[in-house]
Design a protein around this ligand. Sequence first.
Ligand SMILES: Nc1nc2c(ncn2[C@@H]2O[C@H](COP(=O)(O)OP(=O)(O)O)[C@@H](O)[C@H]2O)c(=O)[nH]1
Ligand SMILES: [Mg+2]
Length: 604
Amino acid sequence: MDLKHIRNFSIIAHIDHGKSTLADRMLEITHTIETRKMREQVLDVMELERERGITIKMQPVRMEHVLDEQKYILNLIDTPGHVDFSYEVSRALKAVEGSILLIDSTQGVQAQTLTTLAMAQQGGKEGHKKIIPVLSKIDSPLARIPEIKEEVVKLLGCNPDEILLVSGRTGEGVEHLLQEIIKRIPAPAHDYTGDNNLRALVFDFKYSNHRGVIVFVRVLDGKVKKGESLIFSVSNEKFTALEVGTFSPEETAREYLSAGDIGYIVTGIKKPGIASVGDTITKLAHPLPALPGYMQPMPVVWASLFPENADDFSELKLALGKLRLSDSSFSYEEESSGSLGRGFRLGFLGMLHLEIITERLKREFDLSLIITTPSIIYEVVNNHDKREKIYSPYFFPDDGNIKMVFEPWVTAKIITPAKYLGNIMQILFDHEAEVGETENFGDNRSALSVKMPLRELMRNFFDELKSTSSGYGSISYTLAEMREANVTRLDILVADEAVPAFSKVVSKKRVEEEAENSVVKLEGLLPRQMFTLKIQGRALGRIISSRTLSGMKKDVTQHMYGGDITRKMKLREKQKKGKKKMKERGRVNIPQNVFLKMMRSGNN
Ligand SMILES: Nc1nc2c(ncn2[C@@H]2O[C@H](COP(=O)(O)OP(=O)(O)O)[C@@H](O)[C@H]2O)c(=O)[nH]1
Ligand SMILES: [Mg+2]
């Protein structure tokens, strides 16, 4: 296809503003997906995405549309809206010439609207990334079209007539939007001509057991065909294109991909760590300079994973390698701890990201894992003036050996209806925030600029903001400077022994409350044991919270009615073994779901 007749664009927005639903209607109108195969948010293909009703991974899809008797190729990339997945958005933006900035006409501009817009405005070749403002959900009785239009005009400095109106639910305005995409978004341009001058930007990838790594590419220059010898510019790895194709949205093989296209290349590479997002693919016989890649994402929260059974270490390593091939935004590094053995320290882009990754490890790889309480990074200066980064609370030194501690702060923007400001100020105060400017933001809404410790943001701030603002407040944040912190390590003891996975670093001011919360939560989660045991919180050199979990005397087979005697024997055998293990290790066996539940904030 001639470059003139290709348009590449993404849909960006705050979470739940209707991106995936709008994409559904586009797929229908362009007959990309047969009506009988259509389902809601069809581009959310992952099981977890469908269960939670959110988009986690970006999803490209190729559509065809006719305008004035000319056929156009429209490559759309649907993106996630949650702040933890902004890295997906930033990568998608590099593969396209323009974006639809979708704003929910019942909600108005939200925090992530601003963040994604900022990303779209700074991205783009020669900075000519086009933004089309679109109001969504105009069918809703709650839509406030004139007011929200005004907000958008203020935000973009655009003409009100440039703002389009759509409903993903009824399909109203979608056909017109497709036409406007063709008119307003520039056709792709290229630097080199000639089929051999291939440059393809890797913006994502996935892994298939049979076909190895499948890279998602935006072809900038040249042409690529099945069977050709290619090379990754940065990792310098050679491979043969086993197949090339486009997304419909499932992979559909094609004869070739050429400049302007968005598609995939099957590499056959099975080793992890070779393909990376931001790398450039060129022809082996005709290498070209690499395209500017992507910035490494900055993890904000860390947690360590240990196999429950030490023999599973290599299996866990393999699993992480594979998972990394479908999510390039988490990092992992080997770590060992005296009592937990060998494991990995993982870096995540937020708590939701952490939850998704641990959930996927459990589901997709069936591993039994011990997961430590998530923590942010601290920099500790010890009594010998050595400055050290601490990722895991159980490595956080005792108070006696600390001279100073530093922790990351964030700059955040909160958008809320003005009537909730008072309550929000209260939780901001409670979370040690410094409140900066307040801007009036259209129809009785305010935008607050604040700074707060990342530690406090991670202490359930998102949920508290949601509940104090009846769901209307939204927040986006970026990491800022390191500042001195007044924190200490809190250990949780079970049967007089500290469980490293439950240690956390907390504000000294809140240590009692935190200890009590953890101890009570654990008391509620830990299954009763054969014997009475103590659950305690210890910090600043003393026990500050304590509960006793009474024991039970019970035959483990008691709950089975009659039944299979060999199963009963097995259970008794297991119980014996279990007891032996407890004695050996001198501690209580803690089931995996207890770690998972302790890890999550709140009381779920
Ligand atoms: N009334 C109405 N609801 C919509 C419309 N589009 C999406 N929704 C609803 O808004 C929610 C979020 O939609 P989704 O497409 O998943 O949003 P995304 O997070 O931006 O991808 C879902 O409950 C949709 O049913 C629309 O045009 N009208
Ligand atoms: Mg979505």
